[in-house]
Design a protein around this ligand. Structure first.
Ligand code: MLT
Length: 395
C-alpha cells in the first residue's frame, strides 16, 4: 500500500505567508472598498528597472526569430549570467569562479532543494526567528531541527556555543524577519565554528543589497574559511524587484568538501537531473539587473524602501516602541503592545487600522509576542500606515 510522507504531520497546518495572503483575500472579499495597508508579506511594489525591461523586450524579440531562437537552457545557467554574477560579487570585493555559480529561479526554491545534498539523519540548527521555509523544508525531509533562539538581549543574532551540535546551520543576514545583521567578527565566529566541526552553513543573502554599514558583510565569502564550509543562496527578488519575475543563484565553492566529496560536483549532478534551467528571457533580465546601469536603477527603488523604513521607524519612535531592523534591512521587528500575542496583535491591527503585518510567532516560537512590518509597501500606504498607527494610540 502507498505510504505518504508523514513528516508533513510535524508542520503547522498552513504556511505563514499563505495564511496571511488568505486573510487578505478574505478581507477583500468581505469589503472590496476597505483600504487595507499591506505591510505583511515582504513583496516589492515598485516596477522593474528600465534596463531590465529593455533586456526582456530584446530577449523576447530574439526568441521570435529563427536565427536567434534559444531552446533548452544549460541547467546550471548561461555563461553570460554566471559571469555577471561573478562581476557583481567582484564589485563587492570578492570574485567567485563563474563555474561555482548556479543560476536558479530564486532563493525560496533553492533553500528547500539544497536539502537534497544532505541525508535525513543530519541535525539542522536554525537561529530563530527565521524565514519559515528553513524549518518547514527540513521537517518535510525528515531532519531534526534545533532552534537557536534570538532575543532582545542577543540583538536577535544568536551565536554558536560549545554545546551546539549541528551538521547544517541556516544563517540569514541581514535577517528576515528581525532586520538584524551580523557583523564581520560574528560571522567569522560562525565560519570558524563550522570548519572546526565539519558542519555546513547555508547562507541566505537575499537582503544584502540593503546593507549600508561597512562592518556588515554582503557575502559569507568575505570571511576567510567560508569557501570551505558555506553555500550562499542569493536572489534578485529584493535587490531588483524580481519577486514575480523569479531569478537567483547559488554559490557552491569547489573547495567545499565533506566525507571526501565535492558538494559542487554533487549539486551539478542534482541540477542536471532535476532542473532544465531558467528561461532565456529571465537570464537576460538578470544580466541587465546586475549590470552597473541596472544596479544604479535598482538602488533608486531600494532608496524608496529605505525611506518607507524611516517613516515607519519614526512612527514607532513616536509610540515609544523599540525595534530592530530598518537600517541594513527592509524589515522592522518590535514587541507587540500591552502583552498581546503575535496573532492577537495581527487581528487588532487589522481591526483598528486595516494594517496587515506579520505575526512574529510565524518565524518560530521565540518570535511569539513580536511583530514584523515590511518596508516594501507603496510610499502612500506606508505613510498612511504611520498616520493610522499614531491615531490608534490617540484613540
Ligand atoms: C517575507 O515576507 O518574508 C518574504 O516575502 C519571504 C520571501 O522572500 O519569500
Amino acid at each position: 500500500m502507498i505510504q505518504l510522507n508523514h513528516d508533513y504531520d510535524k508542520l503547522k497546518p498552513s504556511y505563514l505567508f499563505y495564511r496571511i495572503n488568505q486573510k487578505v483575500a478574505s478581507l477583500r472579499a468581505e469589503d472590496p472598498h476597505r483600504r487595507l495597508l499591506l505591510l505583511g508579506v515582504g513583496d516589492v511594489t515598485l516596477p522593474l528597472a528600465p534596463a531590465v525591461i529593455a533586456a526582456m523586450h530584446r530577449a523576447v524579440d530574439e526568441q521570435s526569430r529563427k536565427e536567434s531562437f534559444q531552446g533548452y537552457m544549460p541547467e546550471l545557467g548561461k555563461d553570460f549570467l554566471k559571469q555577471a554574477v561573478a562581476d557583481y560579487y567582484s564589485r563587492l570585493g570578492f570574485r567567485p569562479d563563474p563555474e561555482e555559480v548556479f543560476i536558479s529561479y530564486g532563493a525560496g526554491d533553492e533553500l528547500g532543494s539544497i536539502g537534497d545534498l544532505f541525508a535525513s539523519g543530519n541535525r539542522v540548527a536554525v537561529p530563530e526567528p527565521a524565514y519559515p521555509a528553513y524549518v518547514d523544508t527540513n521537517l518535510m525531509d525528515g531532519r531534526t531541527v534545533l532552534s537557536i533562539p534570538g532575543n532582545w538581549d542577543n540583538g536577535f543574532l544568536p551565536m554558536p556555543d560549545e554545546n551546539l551540535d549541528a551538521d547544517l546551520v541556516y544563517l540569514c543576514s541581514p535577517n528576515n524577519p528581525t532586520g538584524a545583521a551580523y557583523r564581520r567578527s560574528q560571522l567569522q565566529t560562525w565560519v570558524d565554528w563550522a570548519n572546526a566541526l565539519g558542519a555546513v552553513l547555508i547562507f541566505d543573502a537575499a537582503y544584502e543589497a540593503f546593507i549600508i554599514q561597512p562592518d556588515v558583510p554582503h557575502s559569507i565569502y568575505e570571511l576567510p574559511g567560508a569557501r570551505e564550509c558555506a553555500i550562499e543562496i542569493a536572489s534578485l527578488s529584493k535587490t531588483a524587484g524580481f519577486t514575480g519575475t523569479r531569478l537567483g543563484w547559488t554559490v557552491i565553492p569547489k573547495a567545499l568538501v565533506r566525507e571526501g566529496r565535492s558538494l559542487h560536483a554533487m549539486w551539478v549532478r542534482n541540477r542536471t537531473t532535476r532542473f532544465n534551467g531558467v528561461s532565456y528571457i529571465l537570464q537576460r533580465a538578470g544580466e541587465a539587473a546586475l549590470s552597473p546601469e541596472g544596479m544604479e536603477q535598482n538602488l533608486l527603488n531600494i532608496k524608496q524602501y529605505r525611506e518607507n523604513g524611516r517613516i515607519l521607524m519614526q512612527a514607532l519612535d513616536r509610540l515609544g516602541v523599540s525595534y530592530t531592523g530598518g537600517v541594513n534591512a527592509p524589515y522592522l521587528w518590535f514587541r507587540c503592545p500591552n502583552g498581546m500575542d503575535s496573532w492577537e496583535f495581527f487581528d487588532f491591527l487589522i481591526d483598528r487600522a486595516s494594517i496587515v503585518g506579520t505575526p512574529g510567532e510565524g518565524f518560530g516560537a521565540c518570535g511569539e509576542g513580536w511583530f514584523r512590518f515590511s518596508c516594501f509597501g507603496s510610499a502612500e500606504d506606508t505613510a498612511e500606515a504611520a498616520a493610522r498607527l499614531g491615531r490608534i494610540q490617540g484613540s
